[in-house]
Write a protein that binds this ligand. Structure first.
Ligand code: ADP
Ligand code: MG
Length: 290
């Protein structure tokens, strides 16, 4: 009878918007006791809007935004979309990029009109020992805003703060998982203050921030090593190694192709609550077979 049960569950899963790419790993979903979530684009909508521009003395807000947006034209990160649309709304003309490179998990770098331009994370700034308005930074990130720094020829010209929105369905997902005795853990490349702000809203107690892509996978390995049966849920290129490492890799449908190719299950509706649905479906499907 087993093949019939599987066939039925396949059509149920399709209706629910669960695309199952690896049956063997999906089978184990009923035994999960920890789910690791990426933050941006998974627990949050991943739609950033610029809320503040803080230029360094002697620089203008417009200049900071123009340099940043010009470079961000080449990036696919959700932060880039927020910065570029803010410049577009203001009718700014963007400059042409001569060179462009991503600095994994830390930002972007390029050349525009012969000048070196960077848009980077707080971690990058700390590593290079640059001075910045720490009070302003603490205030903005304490409000849950993601702050990036704009550099011109390796000198800081200002910071840009962006706000994202928590997904209401993420809150439901975390609560339902808790009811099942499943722990929710957050893993993000973003700053610790922002991560904690989102975690608090969602009632997540375990948070790892400023984690680089390879370290996301290592973190999942560590959790597995403690004997947990762990799922990883993510949307980005930077989540792909962790998705492949987890007992069950779950990609968000609205995410990148790389994430989906590394995942065992795709949540077609991009709804974190479907993590709960898939655990339940796995339970119903495979309990009948033993
Ligand atoms: P996440 O886990 O939130 O998806 P990422 O690993 O993609 O994080 O990025 C980590 C950090 O690197 C971001 O929070 C940001 O500070 C910086 N960053 C990455 N890409 C960009 C970009 N295109 N522009 C500016 N900053 C970026
Ligand atoms: Mg993400």
């Amino acid at each position: 009878a087993a093949p019939l049960v599987i066939a039925v569950s396949t059509s149920i899963s399709a209706k629910q918007g669960l695309l199952i790419r690896n049956r063997a790993n999906f089978e184990g979903a009923r035994k999960l006791n920890a789910v690791v979530f990426d933050k941006t684009g998974t627990l949050t909508k991943g739609e950033f809007g610029v809320t503040n521009i803080v230029p360094r003395e002697g620089c203008s807000e417009d200049d900071v935004l123009t340099w940043a947006a010009s470079l961000e034209q080449n990036s696919e990160h959700p932060i880039a979309a927020g910065i570029v649309s803010s410049a577009n709304e203001k009718g700014f003309e963007l400059k042409k990029i001569e060179e462009f490179e991503s600095i994994t998990g830390k930002g972007i770098e390029g050349k525009i009109q012969g000048e070196k331009v960077n848009v980077v994370s707080p971690g990058y700034i700390d590593n290079s020992n640059m001075d910045y308005d720490k009070n302003q930074f603490d205030k903005l990130s304490g409000e849950g805003k993601t702050v990036v720094f704009v550099l011109l020829n390796d000198e800081l010209i200002g910071m840009i703060a962006l706000a994202d929105m928590v997904q209401e369905t993420a809150k439901e997902a975390v609560a339902s998982l808790k009811e099942k005795g499943v722990e929710s853990i957050m893993l993000t490349g973003d700053n610790e203050k922002v991560a904690n702000w989102v975690a608090k809203k969602l009632d997540i107690n375990e948070v790892y921030a400023e984690v680089l892509p390879d370290d996301k996978a290592n973190q999942v390995k560590t959790i597995k090593g403690k004997g947990w049966e762990v799922a990883m849920t993510g949307d980005g290129v930077n989540d792909a190694p962790a998705l492949a490492t987890a007992d069950l890799g779950i990609a968000i449908g609205a995410g990148t192709d790389v994430a989906m190719e590394s995942a065992d299950v795709v949540l077609v509706k991009s709804n974190p609550n479907d993590v709960v649905s898939l655990m339940e479906l796995s339970g119903k499907t495979y309990r009948k077979m033993v």
